[in-house]
Structure formats: C-alpha cells, structure tokens
Write a protein that binds this ligand. Structure first.
Ligand code: LMR
Length: 394
C-alpha cells in the first residue's frame, strides 16, 4: 500500500525552518516561519498564560471530554474578542478547532458540504497553506490581484477589477488584518467597497484572522472583520490564538459562521459540530481554556493586553528602524513601505534568486517569495539585514 503513495508537494515555510536548523553558521538570522520572537530570539510564554496555566493546574480536577464544539465559554469569549458587539452572539455558530489552520480547513470543508462546486477567490499572494489545503480538497481556486510590487502597497484597483468575476455562491478569502505574506492591508473605506461588491454579487466572505493585536491594536485589527460580519448576510471567520496568545503548540483556534437569520445559523452550527466529530471528534481544550480564563478575568486580561501591546509596538519599532536604515544606506525612499506595513510580515518584493543569495551569502533566511518575519530581527540585526539587502542588489 505505502508504495502506491505519491510524493507530496514541499511546504516552503516548513522547508525553510528545516534548512535554518541545519545551518551551522552562528550569525544566521531567521526571518522565516511566522513565530514571534523577542529581542533575545525567544518565543516567550506570555505572563497571563503562565498565570492561567498555574491556576488551571491547581483547580482542574478532570480531563474528561468537553463537547464536540468545544467549551461554549471559549466561543463566547472569542466571539466577543473578534466581533465585539458588531453582531448579536445568537447569530454566531462556532466550533473550537486545532489552531487557526484547523479553522481554515473546517471552513473549506463546510463550503464544500454546502456547494461541491464552490470556487474560492484568494489574494495573490496568500498564505501558501491556503492553497495547499484548497488543492488537497480539490476546490477550484481563483486568484485576485493584491500586491503591487512597485509600491509595496495593495493593488486595490486590480483587486476590485478581479472581483468583478464573482458569482453568487463564490467564496472570497480575505485576511482580517496583517496580511500574510505581504504586510499590506486594505483601508476601512476599501473594505467597504469590497463588502458592496460581495453583497452585489452574492459571494460569501471568509476571513482568516490570525494576527489580531499585531497590527494597529486589538480593536483596530478586528474592525474590518466586524464590518464584514455586520453588513454581509453570511460570513465565515477563522481565528487563531497561536500568535496573539503565544500558544502555538496548544493548537487553539475557532471557526465562526455568522448568519443574520436563525435557521441558517442553526444549520451551520449543526454541520460544524458534525465536521469536528468526523475529523477529530473533540477539539483540543487546554489552550482554549487558558484563553477563556484570560479573557474573562479582568486582571489577567489587562496583563495580556499590556504584553501584547508591547509586542506590537516592538515590531513596529523594528519596521521603522529597518526602513530608516535602508533609507540612510541607499539614500532613497524605496523601502518606505516597510514602515507602512503591519503585522509580523513584509514582502520585500524581490526575486527568489536574490532571496537565495541573502541566505547563501549572508545567512539570512526569508521565504522565497521574499516574505520576512519582522519579529525575527532585533536592534543588532536590523543594520546587518539592511546592508545585506543592498549588497545583493535588491
Ligand atoms: C506562517 O505563515 O509562517 C505561520 O502561519 C506558520 C505556518 O504554519 O505556516
């Protein structure tokens, strides 16, 4: 049987992680996988997470199953974190999932159950695993223009032109904030135009929000998702706690389906719960419980928000420092877009050959499409990266 299996496509983010680990150079710099690192290169357990885990360890007296959809208190806390009061809670179907990727996968499966011929529109570029999972499930992919390599900003005119092809029943995958991999984001007025286009065509939005709190702040980052959920009849939202709670390995995420009518909401809930049962039965609980404890306790929540805000501001400072250093060394403003981008990533907008030279000649690892993880930098490495970028001729 095993001989009948075929080779699987390489995941470029995982491949780069492996190459970095194998590289013996001591001064190598990891700007690859999207994991937050502090100035010492450590991915810390957040203070509030440690405190909640301590209480949990002391107080939890059973590890019995929770529920197929996860703990309703987690769904309540996450619905409130992501959606605020944009939609009433009783309009939101939700299931806990293993990480944001689990939520993305369940969302794609749900749309297939509703419409086996569904087409999913994705930004060009998007997170490679979106494409990987869609291909794996055999879902038709249509790309829409997104990034303008000349300006480093969103090609909004191109995007809107491509979204003219939308038909009723299509799904449009949008990054709620901190676009991965580009770092370039729509403005709120641009989101409003996208919503108009979705509603005019009957297409359904799916929002992947994996970096809430890493861009302009928790509420500002959620504002586009809230707008979409409020003004579109149906919205799918895949949210991750991996980054903003730093609970990567706990696999903590949620899929929400917002419907403004009770009947489709109830159907969505039933189907999502059944999907969980089919795919892994009960979703993981530890990370979800810790997140719930933090979000529902005033002191823990305040401490988490303060640490998250420090993290966000730290990344913003690094962006500004890198843009400033490149400006100083090159004498041009052509890298100014780096300071405008938000979140963990920026797409430098150069060729895979030059990205490979950065790796081979300077030990600097970024994804081949030139996505770099800004959190992989610190005050010492910013000037090193800036010099290397210019040395290879970017
Ligand atoms: C990334 O984009 O690097 C992260 O979301 C990690 C991953 O699973 O790819």
């Amino acid at each position: 049987m095993f001989n009948a299996l075929s080779q699987q496509p390489v995941d470029k983010i995982m491949q780069l992680m492996h190459m970095f680990r194998e590289d013996p150079r001591e001064d190598k710099i990891d700007l690859g996988v999207g994991v937050y690192k502090n100035a010492e290169g450590v991915t810390p357990v957040m203070r509030a997470v440690k405190a909640a885990e301590k209480t949990l360890w002391q107080e939890q007296d059973t590890k019995a199953y929770v529920g197929l959809a996860g703990d309703p208190a987690f769904a309540d806390a996450m619905a409130s974190l992501v959606l605020g009061d944009a939609v009433p809670r009783d309009r939101v179907a939700a299931v806990a999932t293993p990480g944001g990727t689990g939520a993305v996968r369940q969302a794609f499966e749900l749309m297939l159950m509703a419409n086996p011929g569904v087409r999913v529109f994705v930004s060009d570029p998007t997170w490679p695993n979106h494409i990987g999972i869609l291909n794996y499930l055999g879902i038709e992919i249509v790309t829409y223009r997104y990034f303008d390599g000349e300006t480093g900003a969103v090609d909004f005119a191109g995007m809107m032109e491509d979204l003219r092809q939308l038909r009723a029943g299509d799904v449009v995958l949008l990054h709620g904030c901190c676009h991965n991999p580009t770092g370039a984001n729509l403005t709120l007025p641009e989101w409003r135009q996208v919503i108009e286009r979705l509603n005019a065509t009957g297409a359904v939005p799916m929002i992947d929000i994996a970096y809430q709190g890493f861009g302009d702040g928790l509420d500002a980052d959620a504002a586009p998702t809230r707008l979409v959920a409020e003004f579109c009849p149906e919205t799918l939202i895949a949210a991750s706690c991996s980054k903003n709670f730093g609970v990567y390995r706990e696999r903590t995420g949620i899929l929400m389906a917002v419907a403004h009518e009770p009947a489709p909401k109830a159907l969505a809930q039933e189907n999502l719960t059944s999907l969980n049962r089919m795919n892994y039965s009960f979703p993981p609980d530890h990370g979800a419980r810790v997140v719930t404890m933090i979000l529902t306790d005033d002191a823990l929540r305040a401490d988490w928000m303060a640490e998250l805000e420090d993290t966000r501001l730290g990344m913003l400072r690094l962006r500004e420092a890198l843009a400033g250093e490149l400006q100083k060394l090159s004498g041009s403003d052509r890298f100014g877009f780096l300071a405008q981008h938000r979140g963990m990533f920026s797409l430098l907008g150069t060729t895979p050959d030059l990205v490979e030279r950065l790796r081979a000649e300077h030990g600097i690892y970024m994804i081949g499409d030139s996505r770099m993880n800004i959190a992989g930098l610190n005050d010492r490495t910013v000037p090193i990266l800036a010099r290397a970028i210019l040395a290879v001729g970017i």
